[in-house]
Design a protein around this ligand. Sequence first.
Ligand SMILES: [Zn+2]
Ligand SMILES: [Zn+2]
Length: 248
Amino acid sequence: MRLMGIVQTLTSAGREIVSVLLPSPCVVCGGELPVRARRGSCCEACWSALPRLVPPRCERCALPWSTAQANGTFTCVDCIADPPPLDWIDAWGLYEGGLSELLQAFKFRGHDFLARHLGTLLLEALDARGDREFDAIVPVPIHKSRHRTRGFNQAALLGAALTDASGIEMDERLLLKCEARAPQAGLAKAERRANARGAYAAAAAVAGKRILLVDDIATTGETLRACALELSRRKARGVAALVVARTP
Ligand SMILES: [Zn+2]
Ligand SMILES: [Zn+2]
């Protein structure tokens, strides 16, 4: 316990080194983590079994659909009735199984060194989408009180990893969370919308820019909608959003 306390005070790179030196199981299967066949704290076998989101899926919000109901691209009923104020929302995978284990370790258990590996997934999803015409990557911001308790913004770590992989600059100053709100988890869809709206403030510098929002998970998409509405209010030229995982 005391050793883990010391480990928590180390930098991300320091913790990754410690996780190599100390016996540390794969966060997904709990099996022994070989030094070479691993991605951060995930073994290669679990990494290659992560649940990828494959077509058909909604071209606007990436909602997965069964092959029996649609072939190729389609737009889901929610996006037809209430179109998201974004060019598109896309995700690398599904928030289930190994990917949910990995993202929880990343966000809540100090495995921030997974960001680099998760960033490669974001780049893969961006390349699959075939749209890289962005002026800036903007991580979905968290309120400064949340930042104090968690110590980092998981979206900013992912955004920085995607910058390294893609060459698209990240600018965290373009969007702030100006009001602390209850966590979206546990709220119904309608409550999530009310809870997210008006919580964000974009900088005047977003005017004329096409923005790629980055986050770890999208559930109902209400956080992304609220961010995009605020960026559009400040005259962003366009907004799209990329997440590691969306709920099935
Ligand atoms: Zn494993
Ligand atoms: Zn949709």
